[in-house]
Design a protein around this ligand. Sequence first.
Ligand code: SF4
Length: 347
Amino acid sequence: MSRQIKAVSLISGGLDSLLATKVVMDQGVHVEGINFYTGFCVEGHTHAIRKKDRAKPKRNNALWVAEKLGIKLHIIDVIDEYKDVLINPKHGYGANMNPCHDCKTFMVHKALQWIEKNDFDFIITGEVMGQRPMSQRKDTMPVIARESGAGDKLLRPLCAKHFPETLPEREGWVVRDQLLDFHGRSRKPQMALAAHYGFEDYAQPAGGCCFLTDENYSKKLVDLWQARGNKEYELDDIMLLKVGRHIRPAPNYKLIVAREEGEVNFMQGYRNRFTSIKTTSHSGPLVLVEGEANDEELNLAARITARFSAGKNAEQVELELRDKDGTATKVKVKPMSVSEMPLSWYV
Ligand code: SF4
């Protein structure tokens, strides 16, 4: 009896990886999914926090894809290893802080290690030639295959016909004629194929699959690194960049101002890590003070907090400053006026 051929597919939760996996499964290959959690993934975080997004489904799209396909999904935490990819990308960043080329190389390399350990035969990705300016170009895709070490064990079923035969094609594990030749930024071929398979309600994330493609998020990340004088970060740092309004009056500290109830609830969990400020005489946001602020700076932070409260036009607003240990101090301040807050403070 011939051995069952096995492949692992990189599942982001988007349509492309769903289709690429299905194309190979239909050829009788046993496929399992792999999803790498970098800490920057878009899905299931902000949507779960912000009140205005509450109506959106809270599903994890990678799990949803695996369920649709009826395959096993391995979710692998790469938060620490990913730091080096983001901090020192050999091929640089894209339009924002997205190191897509190195990120793809890293993920395919991790998938290669996984198939070697688990005795699988090849790797599938949902890449489409010409779809992304950095990692999905005709010239960069072979570089990713080479630099990841995967070489011809990497099959991209949605655009395989634009590239030389890979190992699974040569070995007859998959039939090249049943692979595709998608290219370019149009999503129409993918949508037609999804309709053919009867897939509906798939995720259609705007931009990339992670926060690093987001301009505002990237600015906050760069600001964090500049303020610290190095590019180190912890998971909590990058989570907090996803919420609130960030205001930096001086390099040594910044304020994270909750914009709505969902963010207040999320940020409550950080009150034992940061000094926090809350108005008591008027309704207002929860504010976290990140960094080391002296008394004068905390007073300024209180005035900024008052600015974002219902008492912004009052003569005086009362607030509670709570340090990390839970010691609370009451202060009364005059809310800061718009003209006192330079635009350069807004990160
Ligand atoms: S968008 Fe993010 S996760 Fe996707 S390849 Fe680029 S850096 Fe990696």
